[in-house]
Each structure stands twice: as C-alpha cells, then as structure tokens.
Design a protein around this ligand. Sequence first.
Ligand SMILES: Cc1ncc(C[n+]2csc(CCOP(=O)(O)OP(=O)(O)O)c2C)c(N)n1
Ligand SMILES: [Mg+2]
Length: 644
Amino acid sequence: MATSSLSAPCSLWITDSGRPHRKTNHLIAKSAKIHSAINLDAHVGSLETSALSSKVARPHNGVASIVQPSCSIAALGPSEATLGSHLARRLVEIGVGDVFSVPGDFNLSLLDHLLAEPGLNLIGCCNELNAGYAADGYSRSRGVGACVVTFTVGGLSIINAIAGAYSENLPLICIVGGPNSNDYGSNRLLHHTIGLPDFTQELRCFQTVTCHQAVVKNLEDAQEQIDTAIFTALKESKPVYISISCNLTSILHPTFSRKPITFSLSLRLSDQMVLEAAVDAAAEFLNKAVKPVMVAGPNLRITKACDTFVELADVSGYAHAVMASAKGLVSTEHHAHFIGTYWGTLSTAFCAEIVESADAYLFAGPIFNDLSSVGYSHLIKKEKAIIVQPDWVVIGNGPKFGFVQMNDFLKALAKRLNRNTTAYENYHRIYVPDGRPVKRDPKEPLRVNVLFQHIQNMLSSKTTVIAEAGDIWFNCQKLKLPTGCGYEQQMQYGSIGWSVGATLGYAAGAPNKRVIACIGDGSFQMTAQDVSTMLRCRQNSIIFLINNGGYTTEAEIHDGPYNLIKNWNYTGLVDAIHNGEGKCWTTKVCCEEELAEAIETATGPKKDCLCFIEVIVHRDDTSKELLPFGCRLAAANSRAPIPR
Ligand SMILES: Cc1ncc(C[n+]2csc(CCOP(=O)(O)OP(=O)(O)O)c2C)c(N)n1
Ligand SMILES: [Mg+2]
C-alpha cells in the first residue's frame, strides 16, 4: 500500500507500477489554480492504491493506458449527488467554465444540472458544428473545452469539429445526451436515428475521431466511466466522447457523493535506460555536426514541451525555427536565435536555406504531410534528422527509441549539447530584411499585403490572431508575433469555417485578450451564424472578413466555375444578426485610407464592440506563397497511378 500526501495545488498522481510519484502537469497546473476543489491537501494524501483495481482503458489508437479509479466505494458518504451534478463539478474541477451546447430532448435534463453548477456557464450556439469549433477554441485558450449536444442529429453534426480537435491535440469533452437506458437492446425504434433499432451508429462514428468513448447507461459504473473519459482526454490531449442516457442524470447515487472529489491518473513515463541511450546517441549525433538547427512542430502541444523546447534552444545556441503548423505554440519569435517559419519552399525568408543546408536537425513533434512538405518537395533528409515525438525518438536512419517522453528527452539533452551558434551566424550573415509593400496611393484599391501590414501593427501581448484556412494561412504566417501574442490555426485538418466557432470559444476562454480573426468569404459562409453567439456573449473580437469573391485558394490549385461564390452583403448580414441587441460595429473598406480609419475606430471608440470589418480585395490578389503552393499541391494530387 502506498500512501503519501500532497500539498501543491497543481500536482497529479502518476502511478507507475504501484509507486505513486508527484509530478506537475502543465494543463492541470493551469486549471488547478482555478479549481482547488480538487482539494489535494485534504484527501489525495490518503489515496489507498491497494484498495483500487486498475482498469485498462484502451483508446481506439491501440495505446493502452492505466487509469486508477479515484476512491473505493466503501469510503463514500451518504448519497447526495446526481450524475448530472457530478459531471458538472468534474468539468469545473478540470478548468472548464463555459460549455458550448445545443439543446435536444435527450440532453435537456443534463443541461439543467450544468446550469445549476455555480462555476459553469452554458453558451448556446446556433448549431452543433460551431459548438464543437467553439469548444476547440476554448480548449486552446483554457487548456480544455467541453460541449453538449443531442443524440445522433447533434452528434453527427459536431463530429467534424471533434475530428479537427483530434488533429490539433486538443483535450475536449464531447458530451451527448443519449437514449433512455431501458431502450438499449430493446429493439425499439427511436427518433433521431436513421430508423434502425441500433443506437451504436453515433458511437461508431466517434470511435474514429476521439481517443476514448464512454457510453453511460447504468449508474453503478457512471462515475468511473465519466472520470476515466475526462482524465483520458487530459492525459492524451485529445477529444473524448461521453454519451449519457437521458433518464440517469437526476438520480442520486453514492458513487457521486464523495467530497472533495479526488482523482488520480497515470501519465506516461520514460523508460530510464532507453532515455539515457537515446540522449547519448542524440548528443553524439548533434555534437559532431557543424551547423545543427532545431525546428518546433505541432505535436509539442501534446506533451506540453513548448517551454522545454525553448530552454533547449537557449542552452544550445542552435538556430531554431517553427513549422508552419506550430506557429504560436512556442514563444520564440523574439528569441535571439529564431530564424522564422520552416515550410519548405514557402518558408519565411532565409529560413529554409538554413534548415535544409544544416548537417543535422532536430525536429520536435513534427507532422510531415503533403501540406507541410509542400507537395513532398521539401529537402529534409532522414539521415540528417533527429525526430522527437511525444513518446519516441528516432535518430537518423535509426535506431528508434520507444518509451521516451519528449519532455524528459529534451531536458536531458539540454545538459549534454555543446553550444553551437554556427547556423544562426550563417543566417545572420546572409539575411536581408523583408521588403515592404511598394508605396501606394491611400485611395487605390486595397491590396492584401497592405492589409496585413496594418494587422501586424495591431498585434501585442493583449491580442490573439485566429487564422482561417485559405490564403490567410500564408499571410498570417508572416506576421511577427510580439511576446505574449497568441496565434491559432487548424492546419492539419484545415476545415474551412472553423475560425468562426474557434473565435467564439477562444474569446470566451480568454476575456483579457482581444481576438483578431482573419476569415475568408468562402469560409465565413460555412459558419457565419455564430457571430450571433459572440454578440450574445458581449465579445469584442475584431473580424477581418476578406472578400475576394470566392475560393481563391482552390482557384490557385485548380480553377473552375465552382470556385466562385455568391457575393453576400457581409456587413449587412452581421447587422441583421445584431438586430439591435449587443454591441456591434461593422464597416466595409475598399482602400488603405478606409482600412486605417476602421482599425482606429475598432481599437478606439468601438473597442468594447464586436467589430466586423469587411475588406474588399481583388479575386487574384494573393500572397506570393499561395501561387507555388497551388502548383505543387496540384502536382501532388495529380500524380499518375503507379502501375502495380
Ligand atoms: C470544410 C471544407 N470544405 C472545403 C474545403 C476546401 N477548401 C480549402 S480552401 C477553400 C476556399 C476558402 O475560401 P475563402 O475562405 O474565401 O479563402 P480564400 O481561398 O479566398 O483565401 C476551400 C473550399 C475545406 N478546406 N474545408
Ligand atoms: Mg475568398
């Protein structure tokens, strides 16, 4: 039996073959401050591991994780909580203050319980897809997000957003109000199904886009199922699915009554011997290189190793870059040895030249796909690379070291690297500052590069840029982020329309930041409704709606009449949504003079309003990066079938 006591409010139990350790977890640290309800001082200290039976939760990706139930039922007091109140309290404990929802008969009583929880606020969205995107945005600003929808009609609508959150490694609790528990296995037909007495359709869909699924249809297991799902989301940094039978939420049960609620979960630990071997091999590989570099990738988010990456960059003196999909994750843009965004031929100036010509590079958490490799045209050679992923490392062509946690590896490596600033010095020697847009008449039609020059000047530690997919990716990628300025995008999944919900959710989670959302007209047409919810929540984000008359990105890949969209009066639409309720300010700008004036108003007299600035630009006015991107992606997509 292992017993111990905890005093720090930001600690988790890491259970490793029965031995409890204390380890600070970034995510929980963030939320624990808010929610000392987890009350580690009072109860976690007497956790009795011998009384608990481990359950093996097996996420669909095949990675088994041991999750220890938090307490033995015998230790519980008289029943005083319901399933609904338990779930509500759990959400508050992990740092969720706002839940994005759409009601339906299967979830109404659950919503009542969420409403009754003092620490929770329900934000009703116009549709489920946006509720999911909002939970995604919230998870980015607060470390974890949650949404509640109804059985199948809601579940299948939100699934695209949940898939996006999976691709971005975001912990997200997706809760669905499910059928009455008596109906399972009864062969009854229910509404909101496709007319078959099979209630597993929604579950089966969610199995492909979440790391864990819990179908709660009896009270005895409910607490354990819910807690296991929630903590798996935090541990894996991925979305989970929880379906709750609609007739269970208001019933008292002793398993919900323990106060304060304790929990434990196992985090993955490195195998010390393998870790040492990996660090030895990596140090040897890098210390013999002449001009090594480091590149941050998007999977840094899973292990919360962003700060460790920066520490390694500090001590090693290596030139370092971010992959496009990791921009904003690592706060290094003002670091002395930062050399920009590495994105193959689309990299910021002089970055690819330095990275690709290095004789050794360490990529921390990269995702190499057709997009990040610009249609497989980048010049990264495996034999020169150390690839560090959340729980493994591969050095050159091998060997591959498993059971090595990224954070442990980067920390240990920092102690072993010789300082080497050669690559940075080379960069510094050849670097020529970016050009500025050519001088223009302030009344001439507005150009995209002029727009982004103005957006650049708006950025500060009090802003966060949300960059929608489309040509905006390339324009935003070139923004230089001041220290503390947030930056969010959805590059792996790239589902247009994401940014509207994400702006809503991010702003709800970060009321002290002003969101600057850059959204294309085509993307906005997908999800525009939830500007309504932003107004309801009295948010003051600034939305730049870039009206170039259609799907310009697609036009650069392969043009056709399908890339033209119906032009809307976007400001008129937002005015109609505003409808006199909430604070809203809209304007259309066609030239630089109007743009400057609009920005002055949005950041001055209208700074408390949701500001919607429609920017009219020419259909063919693109970033210079979109042009080669379009050609290379088209070439990759149209590769002829290989004869087999
Ligand atoms: C949900 C979804 N549907 C379709 C696409 C394909 N797609 C990628 S970019 C794009 C055009 C986006 O148009 P807009 O927002 O106006 O940006 P622009 O290309 O004009 O910069 C489309 C349709 C996608 N990425 N996601
Ligand atoms: Mg467009």
